[in-house]
Design a binder for this molecule. Structure first.
Ligand code: HEM
Length: 179
């Protein structure tokens, strides 16, 4: 939000219109906040928190797209390859909430949005994580405006590697109480 003040302003306008300032955001508000929802999805897409998901192991010999993957082979699903696949996103390598917005401004789901993995072993914390992200993000932006202590061109929003995951870079910021 420090890097893109115009994105922050648009979210705050949406929050002001839909929620106002006299009550806290609730999960039911998400469907009425398409732009905010799109930004949270785009943050998760570009953050790519778990680029190699978790290791999986083949339970039996498996034929996949003409390849034979023998039983017991360790498989690392590269979630990064879907989260930034050039054929899957309008703007794969730029921060663009438009990746999750339809022409009429409504929220647009994307099949390639898989930060929690897919299938039987999909992250069981997905619902909790998505709820927490939405409530924390909207509550903070309802009350505060975040601004940078340094020139915006010096802020790098690409994540940095930490062990087998990725994390946001650390920056100082001003948090100004909104009136
Ligand atoms: C933004 C937050 C989170 C992200 C991006 C995330 C992502 C993931 C991914 C990619 C996997 C591997 C899925 C697979 O193997 O296909 C995973 C597994 C898992 N996650 Fe999360 N996760 C998040 C939050 C949480 C939370 C809040 C919890 C618990 C409260 C949680 C608990 C787990 C557990 C227990 C597994 C292992 C599931 C299994 O192997 O069957 N995660 N997560």
């Amino acid at each position: 939000m420090q890097k893109y003040p115009h994105v922050q302003e648009r979210i705050q306008r949406e929050i002001d219109d839909v929620i106002g300032s006299s009550r806290c955001p609730s999960v039911q508000d998400r469907q009425n906040l398409p732009y905010t929802d799109a930004v949270i999805h785009e943050i998760q897409r570009t953050m790519d928190l778990a680029p190699t998901s978790l290791p999986h192991k083949m339970m039996r010999d498996t034929e996949f797209k003409g390849y034979c993957i023998p039983k017991d082979t360790m498989v690392l699903p590269l979630l990064s390859s879907v989260l930034s696949g050039p054929k899957l996103w309008k703007n794969p390598h730029t921060f663009d909430p438009g990746n999750f917005l339809a022409e009429d401004g409504s929220f647009k789901k994307a099949d390639a949005f898989l930060p929690f993995g897919l299938g039987k072993r999909v992250c069981p914390g997905e619902g909790l994580a998505r709820m927490a992200l939405f409530l924390f993000f909207t509550s903070l932006l309802q009350r505060f405006t975040f601004s940078s202590t340094q020139p915006l061109e010096e802020i790098d929003i690409s994540p940095e590697c930490s062990s087998f995951g990725k994390v946001p870079r650390s920056y100082h910021c001003y948090a100004t109480l909104r009136s």
